[in-house]
Design a protein around this ligand. Structure first.
Ligand code: CU
Length: 260
């Protein structure tokens, strides 16, 4: 990665704000007043993209991530042949807590090799997902278990680190919830993956060598298929925005957190 194309396709926006997936965090919320417990992070909602389910194995959160071709209906009149994970493009959202031990078993159902990088996560080099550097590429039909402990918190993502696969859509959000919520407290926390595609008329396969794009998707869909982000309009608060980027050599992700 590191190209301008990589940067633009992988720009990810996360806006703050609530959900019912408290089980992901294993904590109670909201409190009796109906307001979120300010000390408990809210799970992130990624409209039109499901969470990746997990199982427990001796205290380790185990995820099964399947890299595979995906047919994605991005508009009522347009379905593209992209690549993604578990039938989804963007891939399903992974949500864990700071301090968790995580095992992600990557199965390669693609017609070529792959490797998955955990963008911005400070983990052992052998788990970093760099084909030919930190690991052998995962051959079609085979699998590899990535296992590490997350000590950070924040909005991250995972993506293929094999040539052009990210341009085919192989990325997804990786949320690391803090042990205590950041201030100011938010009601909802939305994650949106922005992608730009070059899919010419009468084509369904993205042109991964193109430098100009004609389709822009929010979590894999364009308007009017995108799901509205619903906030608590009766309790509007001041909006504060802060932008930051996750630095990583040759690859940046734009993050926006918005209080509603
Ligand atoms: Cu990256």
């Amino acid at each position: 990665m590191g190209s301008r194309r990589t940067f633009i396709q992988t720009a990810i926006t996360a806006a703050a704000g609530l959900v019912d997936a408290s089980r992901l965090l294993g904590k109670d919320r909201p409190d009796a007043s109906g307001r979120p417990n300010a000390s408990t992070p809210v799970p992130v909602i990624t409209p039109d993209v499901k969470n990746l389910p997990l199982t427990m194995d001796n205290g380790v959160k185990v995820f099964r991530l399947i890299a595979e071709p995906v047919k994605r209906k991005i508009a009522p009149w347009k379905t593209i042949d992209c690549w993604g994970f578990n039938g989804s493009c963007p891939g399903p959202t992974i949500q864990v807590n700071q301090g968790d031990r995580v095992r992600i078993v990557l199965e390669n159902h693609l017609p070529e090799s792959t490797a998955i990088h955990w963008h911005g996560l400070e983990i052992p080099y052998a788990m970093d997902g760099m084909p030919y550097l930190s690991q052998k590429p995962i051959a079609p039909g085979s699998h590899l278990a990535y296992e590490f402990t997350v000590h950070q918190n924040g909005t991250f993502f995972y993506h293929s680190h094999s040539p052009m696969q990210q341009m085919m859509g192989m990325l997804g959000l990786f949320i690391l919830h803090p042990t205590r919520a950041h201030a100011p407290a938010v009601d909802h926390d939305f994650g949106i993956v922005l992608q730009e595609w070059a899919v010419l008329p009468n084509n369904t396969v993205p042109n991964t060598a193109n430098m100009e794009w004609n389709w822009l998707t929010f979590n894999g869909a364009v308007s009017p298929m995108t799901t509205p982000l619903i906030g608590l309009v009766s309790r509007k608060r001041a909006t504060s925005n802060s932008w930051r980027t996750i630095p990583e050599s040759g690859c940046c992700t734009a993050i926006c957190r918005t209080t509603t």
